[in-house]
Design a binder for this molecule. Sequence first.
Ligand SMILES: CC(C)(COP(=O)(O)OP(=O)(O)OC[C@H]1O[C@@H](n2cnc3c(N)ncnc32)[C@H](O)[C@@H]1OP(=O)(O)O)[C@@H](O)C(=O)NCCC(=O)NCCS
Length: 214
Amino acid sequence: MSIPTFIVGTGGLGRGVAETVKVISERDRNWTISGFIDDDSNVIGTYVNDMMVVGDTEYLLGLNTTANVIIAIANPEVKAKIYEKLSLNTNLLYPNVIHPSVHLNSSIEMGIGNIVSDNVAFSANVYVGNFSLIHFNCTIGHDVQIEDYVTVYPGVNLSGYSRMKSKSQAGTNSSVLPQIIVGEGAIIGAGSTVIKNPIRYTTVVGIPAKELKN
Ligand SMILES: CC(C)(COP(=O)(O)OP(=O)(O)OC[C@H]1O[C@@H](n2cnc3c(N)ncnc32)[C@H](O)[C@@H]1OP(=O)(O)O)[C@@H](O)C(=O)NCCC(=O)NCCS
């Protein structure tokens, strides 16, 4: 039986993830793309690329048959809120979206609702929680832990034993040195090299990365 699959978010990430979902659905006939979901009433009923925006999150809450939901939102707080709301409907499933170019070795442990884009390389014994994004061309070292609602933008290097705590974000082309713990909700600026543990809900930038004061 084919499972209807909805992509939440029509922004740049959502449109890119839709392309990955198309590739997956062509290979796996169990997924049928049913359209985008967006809470912006102005886009409902319109087409984004060649896919219709079929409704908002209330529409998903009202579904009484099994459906796949892919939350394609980069902002950790927003994706957490959307899941919190949608979790009231137990018909909804949250598969991992893994681009076929990615090799998941048998030592990786992964929860639900994650998105792994093209050409991400995983080493051994990586843990990925739930609803995290690992975008194009990242390298994820051995024993790395990526918790829930984390966003890892393109080209990031997470070195061995490093840890991205929940809702943390790593900007494009940033590097995190071995054993570094990136605090909950911390943000690493694009291109930065992190050599000290960023404290929770702080932003660090530069080489070496230093805390950005308000
Ligand atoms: C770090 C970041 C979140 C800061 O954003 P912000 O709070 O709006 O900060 P501002 O743009 O006001 O910059 C504040 C200061 O930090 C500096 N800065 C900002 N980002 C920086 C970076 N990545 N590296 C080095 N310095 C940076 C600015 O030059 C500015 O310095 P100044 O006060 O001396 O002029 C943002 O710049 C960033 O790098 N985001 C990552 C985005 C990304 O990778 N997106 C991926 C899309 S696919």
